[in-house]
Write a protein that binds this ligand. Structure first.
Ligand code: CDP
Ligand code: CDP
Length: 229
């Protein structure tokens, strides 16, 4: 049986935090596919400085990924993003990357490249991998025996993202962040290739009124049922 748990859902719904803690509890690895899309975006923005205004051929982006060896590297239980041998886990969270990542992630050739990396990374893990993203249950691992679709109300997600980034959580900031998240969710849900949506057999969990510990416990309980050993 394929030892993959897929966690999908909109921005800041708690996928990575949940994925990481569930993996730790099960003794599995955790792979955040969004980190790879962000690393690709960071590499492209740094190389093609005028990219937001001029269209860069996808073939040039793919060549850059090879040249800079953009990849995920397993450190302990976590796959971490690397560019040219440098860990970029922090740099990929930059606002500039966040603003442009959905455009890059909509390119079919980039998605095919990222999917190949993920399948390769996960294939090396005999113990099992928790993979989170937008299309893990629908496209990347449609045979994953456990699929979770994590949601939360937009304002709650905006508050969580602001607190996570150490920013002020006042009404104006929450409105701004909520609008930015909604725009990204809309872009991710309406693209023709691998749009964000729950797999037909996904368990939908709304975390609006749950703590992180509660949602982790719920996923671990489901995992122990689906993967009994
Ligand atoms: O953590 P956050 O929710 O802000 O986003 P992320 O998981 O880091 O993903 C960043 C972006 O990558 C998303 O907005 C999508 O455009 C793209 N992505 C995707 O298209 N497919 C995935 N499996 C994961 C991320
Ligand atoms: O990966 P994704 O963008 O879906 O979300 P995340 O970065 O894992 O979570 C965003 C923030 O929400 C993190 O600081 C979590 O600790 C927090 N949070 C949560 O994920 N679930 C809750 N029930 C409460 C808070």
């Amino acid at each position: 049986m394929l030892r993959v748990i897929a966690i999908d859902g909109p921005a800041a719904s708690g996928k990575s935090s949940t994925g990481s803690l569930v993996a730790r509890e099960l003794g599995w690895a955790h792979l955040d596919s969004g980190a790879l899309y962000r690393a690709v975006t960071l590499a492209a923005l740094d190389r093609f400085e005028d990219m937001p205004n001029t269209i860069v051929p996808t073939s040039q982006i793919l060549a850059l990924l090879d040249e800079l060896r953009v990849r995920l590297v397993l450190v302990g239980d976590e796959f971490r993003p690397e560019i040219a041998g440098v860990d970029v886990e922090h740099a990929i969270r930059d606002d500039r990357v966040t603003r442009h990542v959905s455009t890059i992630a909509a390119l079919p050739e980039v998605r095919a490249w990222v999917n190949a990396q993920q399948r390769h990374n996960a294939g090396d893990q005999a113990r099992g991998v928790v993979v989170d993203g937008r299309d893990i249950g629908t496209v990347v691992f449609p045979d994953a025996p456990l699929k979770i679709y994590l949601t939360a109300m937009p304002d709650e997600r905006a508050k969580r993202r602001l607190s996570q980034r150490g920013r002020t959580v006042d009404d104006a900031e929450v409105r701004r962040e909520s609008a930015a998240l909604a725009a990204r969710d809309e872009a991710d849900s309406s693209r023709p290739v691998a749009p964000l949506k729950p797999a037909p057999d996904a368990v939908v969990l709304d975390s609006t009124t749950r703590t992180l510990a509660q949602q982790v416990a719920q996923v671990v309980q489901l995992a122990r049922r689906v993967f009994p050993d």
